[in-house]
Design a protein around this ligand. Structure first.
Ligand code: BGC
Length: 784
């Protein structure tokens, strides 16, 4: 719990911790040191030879100094400034996280520079979907299906974080999630191994840049949560994962691998256990798979307090055993707990942890610092005090244009009856809903250093877009929920400054006001969904419904007979059965970030044509979970339109998803031709080209995503009904058509078989091309 407090202190609405900086300066401030560290100065030649440099440094380190490097401290109440300064000067800290300004971090680095070997420390932070500028959450970025859009968000985030002296981010978060009950679904990029892998790779490159050492305006990526965290049982956070190896290798591991192949410098180890072995002490995971099979040479950091939690998992008797097991498995750094620093001296002296094991961990940490350029210049991202921004929150530091354009691409139009959208700018609009004017919720689940007041709410965005025309009447209409237990839970972290602020009026009074506004309007825009804390770490739900207070509001609005446009803000697929039947239009916006209100207005008024596609299936009910499009085949499949008896289905509600993976509408319409293949068969190392023509048959310019799926018709093991293998986002003017060609190679046909060999098996493959995963055109070829 204490660590959550720390996180919130680093959150946008908190004051910068200048007090800490001032105290530390008094203790430690010398003139700002720049340039190579003492060790690097003494061995300039070694700076070009990473291994020799680190070996040489390692030889000079005492046991205590080595163990000190393994310590990753969370800046917060549990580590007072005076104590931290002493620890730094004693060489007992490897890095910190949660301090996010140069004046805060400079004295900390000064402290490290006063230590005997002057080994620089690094500064980390959770830059998940933006830093000062907040971009859409992971699900939103993934909805763009546009790698340039993802790269743009990540590059700007890295630049802003680096400008605030951050060296490393705990991102990208690439956990595949097929269970929307899990609150952290919001943070990831959805359910599909291929799409998430592409995003993982692009994110790492954009965060780190392509130079070594990593440039001063980039940060090291720490891919997380290794591994399989998104598959926690029942969607309950921190729970166990039990999974067969094939599912693991084919579906859940690829995104981490993609991030590592793209050069991620660090890996964060997951909090969960995997088939009985917690990731933190999992030798198979961290050594056999990560280092031996995947060739990872970087740094591994534990998740928050995970080493000491081995005692709770019941695999360690006490902290000493927890430290020993984690070290043996290869968890290099311990985050926010004291276990390594307290237990390792004795463990190493007694030989229970070998010198070699300790040195391996230290080498990884020094290696990361080397790759960050910190030995050349410990202040590479801190810069000179004279250049510090006078106001870290200055609006001029934000990237509003990037935020708006990225957000425009991140929304998914789910319904649009009778062309209810786009809205006219001379319309009288009743804007209602608890999320219509909530700054804090625009930020979404991991807002890093984003400031709530700097966000544009939907109310502000609509007002600005209307200019002098039309009319906007706002009524809140409902609280997020009237359930006191839930409100208390969401406000648990911050009693003094609650995130979920209840309107004290009765639900009826609020609804009456909204209905009155609606009666005088041409159209109702209702911003409903979840407060941001409802889709976060430790925010698992048993229900995917809109809270009752909001459903009551929507039903009353519907009764007015006015067109009802739903603008959803949420971090997981919701149960939209009522909305689907009753709303005129539904726009899934997730959480759109700093410029969200403007970007949503751009879509609602048609200044931008929506082009997002779902990166995750929307089930009809909680009972359908897990519901994912690429499920394995079964002996008695259910076929739509045929009686379900004795097939694999539920008899008490319609089968199949409410909205399938890859789905999303546009204000125009697209038509897809049949698939044509370059040849009927493919040689072992050959290729088949699959092409379709996509035509804009509507009256507006717009973009869509052409999606390529494959089905292995008969294989040595049961394979998915289909798997995404490629996609292309295509922009088309009205009447325009384009040919889209996909090149299918052996890799696209390969999978891990029962022996976990990566193979492509000869036989028939069905090509499926569509604008979502459900409605597809097909053709077949044979692999020889
Ligand atoms: C989360 C991580 C995060 C870390 C540091 C943990 O509770 O699981 O994703 O990076 O805290 O804030």
């Amino acid at each position: 719990m204490s660590h959550k407090l720390t996180k919130r202190q680093a959150a946008p609405t908190r004051r910068p911790r200048l007090a800490l900086a001032v105290t530390l300066c008094a203790l430690a401030c010398s003139a700002v040191l720049t340039g190579p560290t003492a060790h690097a100065q003494a061995n300039p030649a070694l700076l070009g030879d990473k291994t020799a440099f680190i070996d040489d440094l390692l030889r000079q380190m005492t046991l205590e100094e080595k163990i000190g490097q393994l310590r990753l401290i969370s800046i917060g109440p549990e580590m007072p400034a005076k104590k931290l300064a002493e620890e730094l000067a004693a060489g007992r800290v490897g890095g910190t996280f949660n301090s996010v300004t140069r004046p805060e971090n400079r004295p900390l680095q000064d402290g490290a520079m006063r230590s005997r070997l002057k080994i620089p420390m690094f500064f980390a932070y959770d830059v998940i979907h933006g830093h000062r500028t907040t971009f859409p959450i992971g699900l939103g970025l993934a909805s763009s299906w546009d790698m340039d859009v993802v790269a743009r968000a990540m590059r700007v985030s890295a630049e802003e974080a680096a400008a605030d002296s951050i060296d490393m981010t705990f991102a990208p978060m690439v956990d595949i999630s097929r269970d929307p009950r899990w609150g952290r679904t919001s943070e990831g990029f959805g359910e599909d191994p291929y799409l998430v892998s592409r995003i993982a790779e692009v994110s790492v490159r954009a965060l780190q840049g392509d130079t070594k050492p990593i440039a001063a305006n980039r940060v090291m990526a720490s891919v997380k949560h290794f591994a399989l965290y998104g598959a926690v049982e029942g969607g309950r956070d921190y729970n166990v994962v039990n999974m067969d190896p094939q599912r693991m290798y084919n579906d859940y591991l690829p995104p981490y691998r993609a991030a590592i192949d793209a050069g991620a410098g660090a890996v964060m180890v997951a909090l969960n256990s995997i088939n009985g072995a917690p990731a933190t002490s999992n030798t198979w995971l961290l050594q056999d798979l990560l280092r031996r099979d995947w060739g990872f040479k970087g740094l591994t950091v534990s998740d928050h307090g995970a080493i000491t939690e081995l005692v709770n998992h019941g695999v360690a008797q006490n902290d000493s055993e927890a430290a020993r097991l984690s070290m043996k498995a290869g968890t290099d750094m311990s985050m926010a707990d004291q276990v390594y620093i307290k237990q390792l001296p004795e463990l190493v002296r007694s030989g229970k942890v070998s010198q070699q094991e300790l040195d391996n961990a230290v080498r990884d940490i020094l290696g990361a610092k080397y790759d960050l350029g910190l030995f050349k210049d410990p202040y590479v991202r801190i810069g000179r005090a004279a250049d510090d921004p006078p106001d870290v929150y200055a609006d001029s530091r934000l990237h509003r244009r990037d935020a708006r354009e990225v957000a425009q691409q991140s929304m998914v139009l789910l319904e649009n009856r009778n062309a209810a959208l786009p809205l006219k700018k001379n319309a009288r609009i009743a804007l209602v809903g608890p999320l219509a004017d909530s700054h804090i919720d625009m930020l979404g689940s991991w807002s890093a250093a984003g400031k709530d007041k700097q966000t544009i709410t939907l109310r502000q965005g609509l007002q600005a877009a209307l200019g002098g025309q039309g009319k906007l009447v706002y009524a809140r209409g409902a609280n997020i929920t009237e359930d006191k237990h839930i409100v208390d839970y969401l406000n648990f972290l911050n009693w003094d400054d609650p995130e979920v602020v209840q309107d004290k009026r009765s639900p009826k009074a609020m609804i009456d006001e909204a209905v009155k506004a609606a009666r005088h309007a041409d159209v109702i825009v209702a911003a409903v969904g979840e407060s941001r804390g409802m889709s976060h770490e430790s925010s698992s739900r048993t229900s995917l419904s809109l809270p009752q207070s909001q459903l009551d509001l929507l039903k009353a609005l519907k009764a007015t007979g006015k067109p009802l446009v739903l603008v959803l803000m949420n971090g997981r697929p919701l149960d939209l059965n009522w909305a689907r039947e009753n709303a005129s239009a539904i726009l899934e916006t997730w959480y759109t970030g700093t410029e969200g209100g403007n970007a949503i207005a751009d879509i609602l008024f048609g200044d931008v044509n929506p082009s997002g596609k779902l990166p995750i299936t929307f089930p009809r009910s909680v009972g359908q979970i897990p519901s994912y499009y690429n499920h394995p085949r079964v002996g008695r499949p259910y076929t739509e339109g045929k009686p379900g008896n004795y097939t694999s289905q539920y008899f008490d509600e319609p089968n199949g998803p409410l909205y399938p993976f890859g789905y999303g509408l546009s204000y125009t319409e697209f038509k897809l031709s049949e698939v044509s293949l370059s040849q009927p068969s493919m040689s072992a190392d050959g290729k088949v080209e699959a092409s379709v023509t996509v035509k804009n048959v509507g009256r507006r310019a717009g973009a869509t995503v052409v999606q390529l799926y494959l089905r292995d018709v008969a294989a040595s093991v049961v394979r998915p009904v289909k798997e995404l293998k490629d996609f292309r986002k295509v922009m088309l003017q009205p009447g325009e058509e384009k040919q889209v060609q996909f090149s299918i190679d052996r890799k696209a046909l390969s999978f891990y078989n029962a022996k976990l060999e990566y193979v492509a098996e000869p036989g028939e493959f069905q090509v499926q091309i569509g604008l979502d995963s459900k409605e597809v055109k097909t053709a077949s070829f044979n692999l020889q």
